[in-house]
Structures are given as C-alpha cells and as structure tokens.
Design a protein around this ligand. Structure first.
Ligand SMILES: Nc1ncnc2c1ncn2[C@@H]1O[C@H](COP(=O)(O)OP(=O)(O)OP(=O)(O)O)[C@@H](O)[C@H]1O
Ligand SMILES: [Mg+2]
Length: 420
C-alpha cells in the first residue's frame, strides 16, 4: 500500500514512518495539512494517517476534503489524536475517518490497525467495484428499455400504416361505386343526346319548310309525321323523364364521392395534431363513413347521437379509437348483426357507447383486452394493438374506457370523456 503520513511533529512522524515501513508499505510524508492535501491529489495514496492538530489545515478538515474528493478508489483515513473524549471521537467519525489512534501509541497497535485498515480498504474497493458494475448494468438496462420503447413506437406506427392501407382499399371501393354508376349514366345520356340532336334536326327542317313558304301543306304534314314517328321510336316521353333522373343520380354520386373525400381528410389530416374542441358526434359520423365499407355486409349500424358537450383533444386520435372499436365490432359479428352507436351526457362528461351483438368476450379475457399484443384472432388478422392504442389515447384525453360483454350476446365499449 501507499501510505501518506501527515504530521507536523517530526519525532511523531518518524515513529509512524518506522512502523509503516516495517510492514512493507510505501511512505509519503507531509508536514502540514495543506501539503498533505496536495500530495493526496497528486499520489492518490491507499491510506492516510494524519495528525488531528496541524498548522494550515487540521486532520479533520483534511479528512472531510478526502471524503468529498472525486477520487474513484477508496482511501482509508486514520487520525492520530491526543484527544480521547467521546465527543472528540464522534467528530473524528463524523468527518469520515475510518479509525483513530490515541497518542502516545505503541507501534504494535499502529501496525495492527494498519493491517485491519488494509483489509477494510480491500473490502471497500470490492464493494465499490460491484456498485460500479451494477450502475453499468442499470445503464444498459435503461438503454435496452429505451430501445424497446422506440421499437414499440415503431410497431404502433406500422400498425397505423397497415390500418391506413386497409382503409384505403375500403375507401377506393366506396368511391368506385358512385363512379361506376356516374359513368354508365353519362353513357346513357350520351345516347339520348344523339337522339335529341336528330330530333332537333327534324324540327329545324320543319322550321325551314314553314318559313320558306314554298312548301305545300302536304310537305309540312309529311315532316310533322316524320317527327312524330321518330319521337315514338326514341320514346321521347320516357327520355324526358329519364334525363333529369340520370342527371340527379350523377349529382348525388359526385356529392357522395365529395363526402367520402372530405371525411377521409377530416379523419386523418396529416399535421392536424393540434388540440382543439371536438364535436364527438361529427367524429363518429365521419369515422363511420370511412369504415362503413367494412361493416355494411356484416351489420346494420344505428346511431342515436345526443346533444353533447364538446371535448378538448386530438380529433384524429379519437377517430382512431372509434375506428378500432367499430372494426372489432364488425369482426366480432359472424353474419348480419347489429352495431349501435350512442352518445349522451353524464354530469359534465360525454359518454359514448358502441355496442355490438357479436360473439362477446370470455370473462378471463376481459382484463387483458387493453394489453398490447393481446389478440384472439388468427395470425395475420389481428396484432392485438387496436385496444391498447385506444386505451392510451383515451388516457391521454383524461377519460376512461370500459367494457361490458357477455359471451354469445355481444359487447359494449363505454368511453367517458370530460366535456367542455
Ligand atoms: N367487440 C368485440 N367483441 C369481441 N371481442 C372483442 C371485441 N373487441 C375486442 N375484442 C377482443 O379483444 C382482442 C383485442 O382487440 P384489439 O383490437 O386490441 O386487437 P385485435 O383486434 O385482435 O387486433 P388489431 O391489432 O388488428 O386490432 C381481440 O382479439 C378480441 O378477442
Ligand atoms: Mg382490433
């Protein structure tokens, strides 16, 4: 060991030095506290044996400085003192010293105290190493946890993307329907237009005949006959009824496409992630329009939307909650079922109930529904994230989400959100 002796009294210092050297340790010497502190910083000794009373800096102050120093390995500190009252000794230990020896001391006692100090220093250092290792392991654990969290965020994002892909397919289908009948109506209108043009030609010929004055009444009558025969041929009465109907259907179709696009925009507008006051009924309507394609073959959807307060939050996130619940409801129904959407008020809260008469949820599954990756669906059909996402979003809005379910009868999701 490297031992630093701090002692202003030359004879005392020599005595300690001899005792230390006898048991084979290296010695550093300082004749006051200030020098001892400088040497401590420079040489980082394993042990310091210091007199209490010294000029410039006393042993207690030196000991406190050593304990507060940033030195990594442990240094054992023993104070030499002529004081032996309990209050004095308390001061020694309070300063962070490990041991003390009362002057005058016997070299044997000093040596055995140094030996015991050496053992304690070794133990102290092992303990310190173990602690360091633990801290390193903890840091690594923290890092792994961070990585896990970012992976989870990525999984959530890809789930969202997969959902959007599925939605896009549904929406394309919804838009294709009206586009289909609009284009077939336009074709029919085009044929009608050809007939109407020919009819107009006949009328213009008649007009010319009348205006020229050269044609006989007989000629004019022939032209009128041509016209009425053509009108019969093209079924002019039906045509006049059908044209406004076809045009009306086209108008309705384009309005439907417009509505779907608008809903889709309000459903997932990129960058639209500001907190705002939301009309939950509107959110439910536009979400329903977006997922309706998935539901319509499975269920009739009835809405009973009450007069409710607005809710402060992120509209597209709440829409995602509604979508996840509605898609689950559709998936829980085997054939023609029913989905009911209800909104109402309870105190100052807005309550949303989405109810299906599908397969229901097993009692022992109820507590797991909101866990990430809990799914009863076959691989590829469910990731088990829908309800976990919903739970987190509702929490973020200071609300609650509850489930009532009975096997074979159906499931109701009840969301309560604070109204504004
Ligand atoms: N309306 C419901 N009726 C019956 N079971 C349901 C209903 N809603 C949720 N569940 C059950 O809760 C489980 C978890 O739902 P969650 O939406 O989190 O995942 P998922 O639908 O399986 O997969 P995905 O991540 O694609 O949504 C489902 O697998 C299902 O067992
Ligand atoms: Mg789901």
């Amino acid at each position: 060991m490297k031992i630093l002796i701090a002692e202003d009294d030359y004879v005392s210092r020599l005595l300690v030095k001899k005792a230390v050297k006898k048991i084979g340790h290296d010695v550093l010497e300082a004749e006051n506290g200030r020098i001892a502190w400088d040497m401590f910083l420079e040489h980082e000794p394993d042990m310091v044996i210091s007199d209490w009373m010294m000029p410039e800096m006393d042993g207690i102050e030196l000991c406190k400085k050593i304990r507060n120093s940033k030195k990594k390995t442990y240094s054992y500190v023993m104070l030499l003192t002529a004081k032996d009252k309990t209050t004095d000794l308390v001061e020694v230990f309070n300063a962070g010293a490990d041991d003390y020896i009362i002057k005058p001391f016997k070299p044997d006692e000093l040596r055995s105290r140094i030996n015991s100090g050496e053992r304690i220093t070794k133990l102290e250092r092992e303990h310190h190493d173990m602690q360091e290792q633990l801290i390193r392991k903890n840091d690594k654990l923290d890092e792994t946890l961070k990585e896990l969290k970012s992976t989870q965020a990525q999984v959530l994002q890809s789930e969202k993307m997969a959902g959007i892909g599925q939605l896009a397919a549904g929406v394309a289908h919804e838009i294709n329907n009206p586009i289909g009948f609009i284009s077939s109506n336009l074709e029919a209108l085009n044929d009608y237009m050809v007939d109407v043009n020919t009819l107009l030609d006949h009328y213009q010929t008649l007009e010319k005949k009348i205006n020229s004055g050269g044609d006989s009444i007989r000629d004019i009558k022939i032209q009128v006959k041509i016209i009425s025969e053509f009108e019969e041929q093209i079924e002019i009465d039906y045509l006049r009824e059908d044209i406004p109907e076809l045009l009306n259907d086209c108008k309705e179709g384009t309005a439907r496409v417009g509505r779907i696009v608008a809903d889709l925009k309000s459903f997932a507008h990129p960058g639209n992630d500001k907190k705002m006051l939301i009309d939950i009924n509107k959110g439910l309507e536009s979400t329903l329009n977006v997922v309706y394609n998935e539901l319509k073959y499975k269920a009739t959807v009835t809405k009973n939307l009450g007069k409710i307060l607005r809710v402060e939050g992120f509209p597209q996130k709440l829409n995602q909650v509604f979508m996840n619940i509605l898609v689950n409801a559709g998936q829980a129904i085997e054939e023609k079922g029913e989905i009911k959407i209800q909104t109402g008020t309870k105190g100052s809260n807005v309550v949303i109930r989405i109810c299906d008469n599908g397969c229901g949820i097993e009692k022992e599954h109820l507590s797991k529904i909101f866990n990430p990756f809990f799914t009863t669906k076959e691989i590829g059909k469910g990731t088990g994230l829908g309800m976990n996402i919903a739970y987190n979003i509702i929490q973020e809005h200071n609300g609650t989400i509850e489930i009532e379910s009975e096997i074979g009868k159906g499931t109701t999701f009840i969301i309560t959100l604070p109204g504004q």
